[in-house]
Ligand binder design. Structure first.
Ligand SMILES: [Zn+2]
Ligand SMILES: [Zn+2]
Length: 310
């Protein structure tokens, strides 16, 4: 279950909007996208309902075909690749409105791409893009003419697909049937730096106060769950030698740090709730954009870009 409600996230955007003048553009974009995502979540909730997972195998096909309800096998762990095939019709009708939103409030380059996709991408192609993203497969790039264009288009499509699918992934995480298993992996953590539930990369790390100092967890970029992770370890390559792990902070963001790995040159940002207990990690991470600029200047590559491309 996500640690912060949609309302808490939106409220935090308002607070940081007042605090960081330089981040107003990215925060107002974030606010619009969060509001839209909240609507998508509501829509999914209405259409798919609380019983999105069911256990009676005898009516399996009927349930999944007619109602988008999954029959749970009991031994299934992560969110499966075929879930979206059944569930997408419940919220795909909002995809055009999503592209319109990006056209209206997105940064100019992204808005231009959304504008182009709105006319060039057929509904079937758009569905294929979302399904490929959900399965962690290469995205179809039929519109690209050269290899270079194809690489760029892949990146842009992934960038656009993620925010649209986040509310869906979060909805499934909120209603995941095997709570016992989920609670365990969340508390104990798993080796490797991918989300135990949806296999996506971490968006950021979170530090929370614990008896002696802080404990660290990673926040999933797609489904939003947080799972425990080693304090001294690079989520991208698993490096644990402390001399290869560097931290960078500025006075402007005392509760945010860059966590960089000198071995693989990847980084992510950590939000320290023991320094600012009111922080909402997803939002504070976006507002601390100058730290991403610094990291890029040092030649570090982010493990997972955030909503505003930082
Ligand atoms: Zn996840
Ligand atoms: Zn590394």
């Amino acid at each position: 279950m996500a640690s912060f409600s949609w309302e808490q996230r939106i409220q935090r955007v308002e607070t940081l909007f007042q605090r960081y003048e330089f981040a107003r553009d990215v925060l107002s974009f974030t606010r619009e996208v969060l509001r839209f995502q909240q609507e998508v979540y509501r829509r999914i909730e209405q259409k798919l309902g609380a019983e999105v997972f069911a256990f009676q195998t005898s009516v399996r096909q009927l349930l999944s075909d007619r109602w988008g309800i999954f029959v749970w096998e009991g031994n299934e762990r992560p969110l499966r690749g075929d879930f979206l095939d059944v569930h997408l019709p419940a919220f795909f009708p909002l995809f055009d409105a999503y592209l319109d939103l990006i056209r209206r409030v997105g940064p100019p380059t992204l808005a231009a791409v959304a504008d182009q996709l709105r006319t060039d991408l057929t509904a079937e192609e758009a569905r294929q893009v979302l399904q490929a993203y959900w399965r962690h497969e290469a995205l179809p790039t039929g519109l690209a003419e050269t290899e270079e264009e194809s690489t760029q288009l892949q990146a842009v499509l992934a960038f656009l697909a993620k925010p649209f699918l986040q509310p869906y992934a979060e909805f499934l995480a909120d209603r995941y049937p095997d709570k016992e298993w989920l609670d365990e992996v969340v508390a104990e953590g798993t080796p490797g730096g991918l989300c135990p539930l949806c296999q996506s990369r971490p968006q950021l790390s979170v530090l929370r106060p614990e008896a002696q100092g802080t404990k660290r967890s990673l926040l999933c970029a797609l489904c939003g769950i947080e799972w425990r992770f080693k304090r001294i370890c690079c989520p991208a390559c698993g490096e644990e030698r402390f001399w290869n792990l560097a931290y960078y902070k500025t006075q402007e963001f005392p509760h945010v740090r860059v966590e960089a790995c000198l071995r693989c040159r990847r980084y992510l940002k950590g939000i320290d709730l023991s320094v600012d207990g009111r922080a909402v990690p997803l939002v504070d991470e976006i507002a601390a954009l100058p730290l991403d600029l610094w990291a890029a200047e040092q030649g570090f590559q982010k493990i997972e870009l955030n909503l505003v491309g930082g």
